[in-house]
Design a protein around this ligand. Structure first.
Ligand code: SAM
Length: 320
């Protein structure tokens, strides 16, 4: 869906929401990078440590040569750990990164060229990963689909849809390498995600979707008339996951014109504008929940590497 339609769909819903994908314009991606350096943000550090300490074993489980397709690649800092290890054995590698943020992806690729030169043959795929997956399916050679720290961002019903699409993209010996969050401590999670100080990068990232509305739909929604709030929802049910809900609460009755579409959006006093679609975002899973989710879309975890906060999984399609 075009970003304007996605934003409008959210504003026309009850409750109103801004899809998580919409916050990742170039500025949003920079805030996301700033979050990586926060002391209290355990996940990024834990995942990077996991990748660093397991990369030799992970890569030894891949059949070379293959082409790497990456979904929601961000700044590729973790990906580079895999690329470095692969390039110790291979003279070059084909790499096709995807991200919804076009400008940020362009800068990431300039950076990759500066590091790897012609040893990395890059072709980019800009846009929503659900649009990109069918194109990846058409690639005839052996592939590795990489999706780091992405699954947990989407609502549960969307996760199933994306995983089904991944399953139908994997052919023969293709594999998908995925990582996600397995943290179980409420205290750790609340410390990382629930500090709503306006100068913190997470607050800026959460609110960035409103700047995207103001730019894309030509509006002037005033963030000072909203308060950022949220909660952590713990869920041990095997067919679910734990997650975070974050919203902007309207401090007054207020209306804004969306010039691009000639419509007005009204927020009642106390009304919530959710900063994600569906049940929530930043999901945290038990291993049983992950196995259940994958099995429901005919995917199987064939090998996993984990630590206290993150898990890296090699996933294949169940063919029988
Ligand atoms: C949490 S970051 C993870 C980035 C990177 N994979 C990493 O592990 O550091 C999520 C990334 O997915 C991208 N993204 C969000 N929604 C997307 C979508 N619908 N399609 C493709 N990329 C998306 C964001 O721009 C961002 O770079």
């Amino acid at each position: 869906m075009d970003i304007k339609d996605l934003l409008l769909e959210g504003l026309n819903s009850a409750p109103k929401y801004i899809d998580v994908s919409c916050r990742y314009d170039e500025q949003g991606s920079k805030y996301d990078e700033e979050c990586e350096n926060l002391e209290e943000y355990y996940y990024y550090r834990a995942e990077k440590h996991l990748v660093r300490t397991t990369v030799t074993d992970v890569v030894s489980n891949l059949d070379m040569p293959l082409k790497i397709f990456e979904l929601g690649c961000g700044n590729t800092k973790k990906t580079q750990i895999f690329l470095d290890e692969i390039l110790r054995h291979e003279s070059s590698i084909e790499y096709s990164p995807n991200d919804v943020s076009e400008d940020f992806l362009e800068k990431t690729c300039e950076n990759l060229f500066a590091i790897y030169g012609s040893r990395l043959k890059v072709d980019t795929m800009v846009g929503d990963l659900m649009k990109v997956l069918p194109k990846i399916r058409n690639y005839r050679g052996r592939k590795l689909l990489l999706w780091l720290g992405g699954l947990q961002c989407f609502p549960l019903n969307v996760q199933s849809k994306i995983l089904s699409s991944i399953a139908s993209t994997l052919q023969g010996h293709d594999v998908c390498l995925m990582s996600t969050d397995v943290t179980q401590s409420r205290e750790t999670i609340e410390k990382a995600y629930m500090d709503f100080d306006e100068f913190k990068p997470f607050s800026k990232l959460y609110k960035n979707g409103v700047h995207v509305i103001n730019r894309e739909l030509k509006s002037n929604i005033d963030l000072s008339k909203f308060e950022l709030e949220g909660r952590y929802v713990e869920n041990k049910d095997v067919s679910s996951a734990s997650y975070i809900q974050v919203w902007l609460r309207s401090l007054a009755q207020q209306s804004y014109v969306l010039e691009t579409v000639g419509k007005t959006v009204t927020f009642g006093k106390g009304e919530k504008l959710l900063l994600h679609n569906g049940n929530g975002m930043s999901h945290k899973y038990t291993f049983e929940q992950l196995e259940h989710l994958f099995a429901s879309v005919k995917l199987q975890i064939v090998k996993k590497w984990d630590n206290e906060h993150s898990v890296l999984m090699l996933v294949k399609r169940i063919t029988s």
